[in-house]
Ligand binder design. Structure first.
Ligand code: SF4
Length: 364
């Protein structure tokens, strides 16, 4: 059995059974344009092809474990179970401007071990297959369609480090943006990395239109090392070299994510350090007020005061770097950044037997 999103396998199956090439175009149209999720309902296909597909393909590899919508109705979190009982999460964010964004997971757990992140506490459980990423997107597309809405943006900011699961992420972006497939704009896809330098260089080659977000979170090697083990493998100088090469190739502004944790990432001297690091670079900084999570290491972390965040913004303004304070969506349903793996209806994801690698191992 293989996924309906596995184009080469479907084409091979059709050909092996003597069917003409145009039949795949009909399958593609039914799935991605007409959002038909039952092979038997693809009326453009003869019965024997529908049976062939039913016997050999699956439409969705994820089963919905739970769904929660925040009080403001803007955020919906889906907890999915994979075929081998791993839990992964995706979050729809309905912005007041009318655009709808989906945050997807690319790994079950994450090997990167950032100290402020609940997902990092799990360690890596396994990489997701490309179709498991697309299944999250298809689920959201269908969910929003039932509300009369469309999906506009996809951010790879859920569980996992996208650039450590590069081939599957790449294939999922190709399906999400393929004209004959979901046809999302490349520009409305954002891949967020904690700083996997070789992956950034590959992104510049493969997806120069896709947006890149860097989880920076601290402006010096020393400060970063305390909260992000990736710094041991790709120190800031290596990371910034990769980013500069990316910008030289794409001419795209980089989004830097900076989590504001009182006494940890918001020290006064970091204002100048951050300004110095980004001065002259094509950058936009998103300040993320820390969301205290419940019951995992780092509970002593506290969010920074709004006054302090403003001071950081002023420091950046002086060197001409724009910034915004990220509005926290979904913290009442544990859907905000860093809370994605917290307890859900009695299911503790932290009981999964993930293995934290501490230092990332990269195979790109
Ligand atoms: S912040 Fe991102 S890279 Fe770091 S542990 Fe969490 S999911 Fe992994």
């Amino acid at each position: 059995m293989f996924s309906i999103h596995d184009e080469p396998s479907i084409i091979g199956l059709l050909e092996a059974n003597g069917h003409k090439k145009f039949r795949y175009a009909q399958v593609e149209n039914a799935i991605y344009k007409n959002l038909i999720s039952d092979f038997d309902k693809i009326e453009t296909l003869p019965k024997d092809i529908r049976t062939l597909l039913t016997e050999n393909c699956f439409y969705n590899s994820l089963s919905l474990h739970s769904e929660k919508t925040g009080e403001d109705g803007q955020t919906t979190k889906f907890l999915f179970k994979t075929h081998d009982d791993k839990m992964i999460e995706a979050v729809i964010m309905r912005h007041l401007s009318g655009r709808n964004t989906l945050c997807v997971s690319c790994q079950a757990g994450c090997p990167m071990g950032c100290t402020f992140c609940a997902t990092g506490k799990l360690g890596l459980i396994r990489n997701l297959e490309f179709h498991e990423i697309i299944d999250q997107i298809m689920y959201a597309v269908n969910h929003l369609a039932r509300e009369g809405k469309t999906l506009r943006n996809v951010v790879y900011m859920g569980m996992g480090e996208p650039l450590l699961n590069y081939e599957n992420v790449k294939r999922s972006i190709q399906i999400a943006c393929g004209q004959k497939k979901l046809d999302l704009s490349n520009r409305r896809i954002t891949v967020s990395t904690c700083g996997i330098a070789p992956g950034i260089l590959r992104m510049a080659e493969d997806f120069p239109q896709v947006s890149l977000a860097i989880s920076l979170h601290a402006p010096t090697d020393e400060a970063r090392k305390k909260i992000m083990p990736v710094e041991n493998t790709y120190p800031l100088t290596v990371l910034m070299e990769a980013i500069d090469a990316y910008v030289a190739k794409t001419n795209k502004r980089i989004f830097y994510e900076y989590i504001m944790i009182a006494g940890v990432t918001d020290r006064l001297e970091y204002i100048g350090e951050l300004a110095k690091l980004l001065e002259g670079r094509l950058a936009h900084v998103n300040f993320i007020p820390y969301n205290p999570g419940e019951g995992f290491m780092g509970t002593w972390y506290q969010p920074t005061s709004k006054i302090m965040i403003k001071k950081f913004q002023e420091g950046l303004e002086k060197v001409g770097i724009p910034s915004t304070i990220r509005h926290t969506m979904g913290d009442d349903i544990d859907a905000a950044c860093g809370q994605l793996a917290l307890k859900e209806e009695g299911v503790s994801l932290a009981t999964e037997t993930g293995k934290s690698l501490g230092k990332p191992t990269v195979s790109l």
